[in-house]
Write a protein that binds this ligand. Sequence first.
Ligand code: HEM
Ligand SMILES: *[C@@H]1O[C@H](CO)[C@@H](O)[C@H](O)[C@H]1NC(C)=O
Ligand SMILES: *[C@@H]1O[C@H](CO)[C@@H](O)[C@H](O)[C@H]1NC(C)=O
Ligand SMILES: *[C@@H]1O[C@H](CO)[C@@H](O)[C@H](O)[C@H]1NC(C)=O
Ligand SMILES: *[C@@H]1O[C@H](CO)[C@@H](O)[C@H](O)[C@H]1NC(C)=O
Length: 324
Amino acid sequence: MKAVFLLLVCVTVCAVLGVCEGGNLRRNFYEKSCPLAEEIVQNVTWKHTSTNPILPAKFLRMHFHDCFVRGCEGSILLNSIANSKAEKDAIPNLSLTGFDVINDIKAQLETKCPGVVSCADILALATRDSVSFQFQNKKPIWEVLTGRRDGRVSLETEALANLPSPFSNFTTLQRSFVSQGLNIHDLVVLSGGHTIGLGHCNLFSNRLYNFTGKGDQDPSLDPTYAAFLKTKCKNLADTSTVEMDPKSSRNFDADYFVALNQKKGLFQSDAALLTNKGASKIVNELVTSTSFFKEFGQSMKKMGAIGVLTGKLGEIRKKCSVIN
Ligand code: HEM
Ligand SMILES: *[C@@H]1O[C@H](CO)[C@@H](O)[C@H](O)[C@H]1NC(C)=O
Ligand SMILES: *[C@@H]1O[C@H](CO)[C@@H](O)[C@H](O)[C@H]1NC(C)=O
Ligand SMILES: *[C@@H]1O[C@H](CO)[C@@H](O)[C@H](O)[C@H]1NC(C)=O
Ligand SMILES: *[C@@H]1O[C@H](CO)[C@@H](O)[C@H](O)[C@H]1NC(C)=O
């Protein structure tokens, strides 16, 4: 009885303080079963990133989309099957690429340790390694725990239901993150992922041309910046791309938060972070890169542990695009 009570207290404390961020994941899970696993992922990721500088942004977003739908269990990597569209074929998939790189990493791991390393772990590691290679002179920007196993289900409908839209207000964003076990702090910090990469005009041009249906502009967008964006996005139907972090999308830094405060957040979902007092305060704390990096690492660790399958759950896929 006492033991049960203690266990309950531990679980509660752990949940409240968030110290159980890693869940059942561990450091270097493949140490015995495939000692070179993390090195192989890193080598192959670096090789691809060196010739493909957009890969870090692609992987960062792919990892986020994986984790927010059924947890980080590689379901974003699965192809659609007869009569069932997969997550990767849902509308929010817009511009996801890099699946071929994941498949290449997996193929190389299968020659060394067949059936051992999960696709979910590969995505988590490759994301960290590509971002670190490109933006931090190869030094790991955050720690990735391993031991994830792969899921067997991937549904377009679940991607549509669980991925936050760029048109979301703060309430909706908060609800989305809280339902994943993340808090407002994580929401603000992880939105900093938008320090790299591109966004399509049609996902924010309503803010430039027809915000309330009267041909008007979003007043929460800096007018000079809006004028600049109009030169890139000619009309509501334009599907060109622009940097999400203006002039700094090739640096992984805290400029995203500086831009936000200057009313230069690209999406309504970015600007929404300033509409909540608590969130806005966190934005102000993240404008220096040292604090952003530290916080980003911690929130990525939390995100990387969402709904993971460990132990005997799930499977280790042979190919990342199909279940065994
Ligand atoms: C808070 C809710 C979020 C919303 C509504 C959102 C929405 C979006 C949208 C609409 C795009 C542009 C896609 C395109 O036009 O091709 C985008 C890009 C991106 N997002 Fe987010 N995002 C969110 C959170 C995150 C998080 C948590 C991360 C990772 C930590 C992330 C990382 C990225 C990256 C790296 C890109 C650039 C992709 C590229 O260049 O192809 N986002 N996001
Ligand atoms: C990874 O790359 C390094 C540097 O090129 C090389 O020394 C090492 O043997 C590679 N590791 C594996 C497992 O291929
Ligand atoms: C995204 O979904 C669309 C619509 O189902 C599909 O045609 C496209 O190939 C998908 N894109 C990626 C990168 O999977
Ligand atoms: C936020 O968006 C949701 C969904 O579109 C809507 O129901 C809600 O009223 C909005 N909340 C605020 C405060 O605007
Ligand atoms: C702007 O929005 C209104 C209301 O939704 C719509 O009637 C109008 O056609 C839109 N204007 C353009 C240029 O699409």
